[in-house]
Design a protein around this ligand. Structure first.
Ligand SMILES: *Cc1c(COP(=O)(O)O)cnc(C)c1O
Length: 360
């Protein structure tokens, strides 16, 4: 067996320990004589899996009791509709557009009410986070929406916007559990897990209880109502059971690593190694404003498309996978999520140095 260094933006690298444990339990989970994949979601064994996963996530993120944790399906993209359908009581919401995912969420919300753009960084290819200290927040906005870490462009909000008292809703798909968060600052935190937590198929929604009501947009499908899932403990219908089981293992792994404070320190170290190299390189450079750099997704270019392609090809041959940038940006992107070991980043930088020497 040989494992590569996988820099994919998602689905992405998972901790090897977690994969090994899942492999060991594949045929017989904890004496049940079956795989978690084969298990009734109404069984005692699965109830324990989902309860433990929720408890561990609550502990990791210090989630207050007045927030529900929902394990849903449909990816982060289904939340683009679910959020306005459930939260637009006045039919108005304000969006901050810092990349394609925020833009898609905004476009979807327009189907259900009045969605306003109150800030955007589209003028410079989403290479920065706009100043959000004094935004024209709408008086009747039901919420202010952000995409906290921009997976494609590699920017992150280092400071949350001043929402002037309105509910903050955040897509944290690509920075989930990468550092400590103050949950009380948000009404809704959600993310697809395939970036930083687990296998595709699960989306986790952390939502303040007062936002979960029967009063949703007329015609909202049953499966798109938060209340249905909250009342049923995420077991209204068959949940993505195996995915939840893997997420639970990742939560345990994160606790063992020292929790989110320790992860932040590690993530800063890893990103620092890569950004420090980019800042002094004569060949490679980062593509976003330094103050807004993501710790998770690091896009970079040489400025020469052919050289980029040569780099990606040779990197792949050397065991560095999925370094090709998003099709809309080009160049390269190294996603260095929680499960990417510091050795992987060091090895990548050593490879980049060598490539630079050989090709300058
Ligand atoms: C990947 C991603 C999405 C889309 O996730 P799906 O699960 O494929 O719907 C949305 N937002 C962000 C920030 C992402 O990184």
């Amino acid at each position: 067996m040989s494992r590569v260094y996988n820099f994919s933006a998602g689905p992405a690298v998972l901790p090897e320990e977690v994969l090994q444990e899942a492999a060991d339990e594949m045929l017989d989970y904890n004496g049940t004589g079956m795989s978690v994949m084969e298990m009734s979601h109404r069984s005692k064994a699965f109830q324990e899996i989902i309860d433990t996963a929720e408890a561990d996530l609550r502990e990791l993120m210090n989630i207050p009791d007045n927030y529900k944790v929902l394990f849903l399906q449909g990816g982060a993209s289904s939340q683009f509709a679910m959020i306005p359908m459930n939260l637009m009581k006045n039919g108005v919401a304000d969006y901050i557009i810092t990349g394609q995912w925020a833009k898609k969420a905004y476009q979807e919300a327009q189907k259900y009410g009045k969605a306003n753009v109150i800030a955007s960084s589209e003028d410079r290819m989403f290479s920065y986070i706009p100043d959000c200290s004094d935004l024209p927040v709408s008086d009747d906005a039901d919420y202010v929406y952000i995409c906290e870490n921009n997976t494609i462009y590699g920017t992150k909000f280092k400071q949350l916007p001043d929402t002037k008292g309105k509910t903050l809703v955040a897509d944290v798909s690509s920075c989930f559990l990468s550092e400590p968060v103050d949950v009380t600052k948000y009404g809704v935190i959600y993310g697809g897990v395939q970036k930083n937590i687990g296998p595709a198929g699960v989306v986790i929604v952390i939502i303040r209880e007062d936002l979960i009501t029967e009063d949703v947009l007329a015609g909202t499908p049953t499966m798109f109502r938060y209340k249905i899932h909250a009342d049923a403990g995420s077991l209204y219908n068959t949940p993505p059971a195996y995915g939840i089981y893997i997420c639970g293992k990742v939560f345990k792994w994160l606790k063992k690593q020292g929790g989110l404070t320790a992860m932040k320190k590690r993530n800063e170290e890893k990103a620092g190694i890569l950004y420090d190299f980019l800042d002094q390189s004569n060949m490679f450079h980062g593509t976003v404003e330094a103050k807004d750099r993501s710790l998770m997704n690091v896009p970079f270019v040489t400025g020469d498309k052919e050289l980029d392609a040569k780099f990606i090809k040779e990197a792949k041959e050397a065991g560095f996978e999925n370094l090709k940038g998003h099709r809309s940006v080009g160049g390269m992107r190294a996603s260095i999520y929680n499960a990417m070991p510091v050795e992987g980043v060091k090895a990548l930088v050593a490879f980049m140095k060598k490539f630079e020497e050989e090709n300058m």
